[in-house]
Design a protein. Sequence first.
Lengths: 141, 339
Amino acid sequence: MKKKEVPQDEGLSDGLFEDICYALDDDGHYVVVPTTGFQPKTDALLQAWDVIHEKIEEVRQLVLAGKLSPIAYFMEKNIMDARLLADYMGIPKWKVKRHLKPKHFNKLDDDILDRYAETFNINREQLKDISVIQEDKNESK
Amino acid sequence: MNQNKYYIDFQHKPAAHCENGATSNLLNHYNIRLSEPMVFGIGSGLFFSYMPFMKLNGLPVVSFRPWPGTIFNRNTRRLGIEIQRYKFRDRKEAMKMLDENLAKGIPTGCLVGVYHLTYFPPAYRFHFNAHNIVVIGRENGEYLVSDPIMPGIERISYHDLERVRFAQGTQPPKGRMYFIKGISETFDLKNAIVEGIKQVCKDMLEIPIPLFGVKGIRYMAKQMRKWPKKLGERKASLYMGQVVRMLEEIGTGGAGFRFIYAAFLQEAARELNQPWLNEISDEMTQAGDRWREFAIIAGRIFKSRAGQEENYQAAADVLLDIAGREEKIFLKLRHIKLS
């Protein structure tokens, strides 16, 4: 690829960094060329996020309908499954699965709620407050 | 928690790929100046593997790089550099060892997960656990980090650094850290280059399992033709997206590292005084261009979400062409000798 062919398409780094591409200059030597983005790559990333957001929305509706506990929602929001969440919490997976049910969630003590909240980077009140989930919109970027 | 201030004078140079960058910056700190392509080449960083039976979020594992840590290890081994590596069970212990290193003025590489990396752009924050950073100091309870992906020095809190060092999930980093203990006065760069090239040829041609190297590319092409029928449109399109994400993920320098490798071959031609490597570099550039074509065809599939059976066939055709080109390249390259 030549320097002037390096794609400068839409990217997703929010200007926080520039991706680097290696390309040929006019003399045929390799040089470093910053790139803002490459459309197929950006589309592939957006596709991955779409799938995640669809899943979050699905679970959000189930939580609002009282079929799953808020932990299920924040688990999806953090792109985790029960296995990964259990690893972060340092508890067995079957326990996490139980806590996904509203009936068990309502009986959890503050200590474990705090640990869940910390894992999700929120506080206990946010974890218990269903209106947080109600208002949380998960639109694709 | 100790509150001392440390600030190691460390030259931060961004790179395309995190492990190249961390390795190159660490070596540079000890006055071994090697470019990113050089580090990549000596570390035999080019690879391909397709493991459909291993799934990540329900998608097959496709990779254009060897196991994390390989590039650093091979570089230091081939250049005769003494290193020290640790992994930990205990979090506090892991942080304490890091602090001790900083107090001694040793820049220290850490393997981290990116999901909780606070300074990272949100769209890139997945549960990916093989990112490399170099910690170079601490100040006011925050750590100073040379992250090869970022343009400047970043800061991260004690709490967050501990969290990313002990990220969970696939290949948890377990607090892994590494640093340079001593360098040999005379290292043999030429020999290291030749060894690096020979290893890549082996990895791409000789692994007797059809999932790796050139054979792996052919195998994926064959499977890809069946994806739309076997998986249905939606899933097949997700598979395609996965391949492109791995091909073009941050740090490949474009086209699954093929362009970085072509850049390395140019440098190798000069360093070894073997001009024929420039021709191979051109061929590698062409292979990279074909990978980009592949990405564009694949992109049409997941952009539209329509069936487009013919695009899968076209994408697979490009892959077969690439496999042929790369096979030729490595068959020639493997005859490399020290002049």
